[in-house]
Ligand binder design. Structure first.
Ligand SMILES: Cc1cc2nc3c(=O)[nH]c(=O)nc-3n(C[C@H](O)[C@H](O)[C@H](O)COP(=O)(O)O)c2cc1C
Length: 345
């Protein structure tokens, strides 16, 4: 019998010194992919796979891991693929590789969506290297945040980041916060009233201790242990829309700031926006800030248009996040073993 692997623990424990003992290029790439799979993804579906090539990896969108009701146009799926690309690049930079990402224009689902070519160098970008420890420390935190304002040093790093990535990431100005909160409340009421939406979400909820390698464990959703096993049944059976709308409004009121990720809806723009998202989440983690997603207004087309109208961006919104200081999330969410994401050469 093989050793028992805990998908909430083992994928997150990587001994980086092992990298220096690896001799083959293919094994080095497989090692970097262990960091890629720790990236965040909608519903923790992890919709990605990788094929190792002679100079890097090909990245595939795994359409079998679609979340069809919440994400019918695969926008969050592509954003998620982008987050994995960033983790790969950050890990590559840490171990002395410069990465070039090339995007696939052809739409066939069997083709990779991106190619990452690596070149060994002794001068990888410090901005990427500094994010490396955040790959294993990052967690989505759906709990309450403190009312504390963001420290001035953190604000200036974030402002610098926003300026450098201005087509993809923005702070919501305080005057627009109330409007965004109203749209979240409206969207929660629409989406969580829908039995289909709730039932799909329920399919991805897991108990605290699980052998499942994907989905979201109930403790990560803020559901206490005795109720955790009943959560999928509860979600399927009851209209939780009013409850969620009230909870989200409270969480927004407690957050220090709201952020929006914007991009056009084509595949390449979405992947690049996902790459920027993960750079931002790793930066927030490095700055000891927490974040969670409050995307519901973007998942209802009419409300998405209303949110867009309040933004000063030529590109439509893709994700809405709140940030702030909070107690850290004790346990990470599960991951598939990275070897299961490898496509044979
Ligand atoms: C594109 C994208 C969309 C997401 N949307 C939501 C969301 O609407 N609500 C939410 O609570 N979490 C959302 N998440 C967070 C994921 O659920 C989370 O990344 C996943 O469960 C893994 O947990 P971790 O981020 O702590 O590793 C999203 C993540 C990504 C990358």
């Amino acid at each position: 019998m093989g050793e028992h692997v805990d998908p909430r623990v083992d994928p997150w424990l990587i001994d980086e010194s092992e990298f220096y003992e690896i001799e083959s290029h293919a094994d080095q790439m497989a090692f970097l992919i262990r960091y890629a799979v720790l990236a965040p993804s909608g519903h923790n579906a992890q919709p990605w796979s990788f094929r190792i090539t002679h100079d890097g990896v090909e990245v595939f969108a795994d359409y079998s891991r679609r979340v069809a009701i919440a994400d019918p146009a695969d926008r969050e799926l592509m954003l998620s693929v982008g987050t994995a690309i960033t983790n790969f690049r950050v890990a590559a930079a840490h171990f002395g590789y410069e990465a070039t990402v090339l995007y696939q224009d052809r739409p066939e689902e069997s083709l990779p969506v991106a190619l990452i070519a690596l070149r060994e160098t002794c001068a990888t970008p410090a901005a990427l290297r500094r994010l490396f420890p955040a790959i294993t420390a990052r967690r989505t935190n759906r709990g309450e945040f403190e009312t504390r304002e963001i420290e001035p040093d953190a604000i200036s790093e974030l402002n610098e980041f926003m300026a450098a990535h201005s087509s993809f990431a923005h702070f919501l100005v305080p005057a627009d916060r109330e409007r965004a909160a109203e749209l979240v409340e409206k969207a929660d009421r629409i989406l969580l009233k829908s039995r289909g939406f709730r039932s799909e979400l329920a399919d991805w909820v897991r108990p605290k201790s699980t052998d499942a390698c994907d989905g979201i464990c109930a403790d990560g959703l803020g559901i206490p242990d005795p109720l955790a096993s009943a959560t999928p049944w509860f979600l399927r059976s009851f209209d939780v829309s009013a409850l969620q709308a009230k909870r989200d409004r409270g969480l927004i009121e407690l957050s220090a700031a709201l952020l929006v990720i914007t991009s056009e809806d084509d595949r390449v723009s979405l992947i690049r926006a996902g790459e920027t998202l993960e750079l931002l989440l790793l930066l927030l983690t490095r700055l000891h800030l927490n974040y969670s997603f409050i995307n519901t207004p973007i998942e209802v087309e009419t409300l998405r248009a209303q949110l867009w109208a309040t933004l000063r961006s030529p590109h439509p919104p893709q994700l809405l996040l709140r940030i702030g200081y909070a107690r850290s999330v004790p346990r990470p969410q599960p991951r598939r073993d990275s070897e299961r994401t490898l496509v044979a050469p």
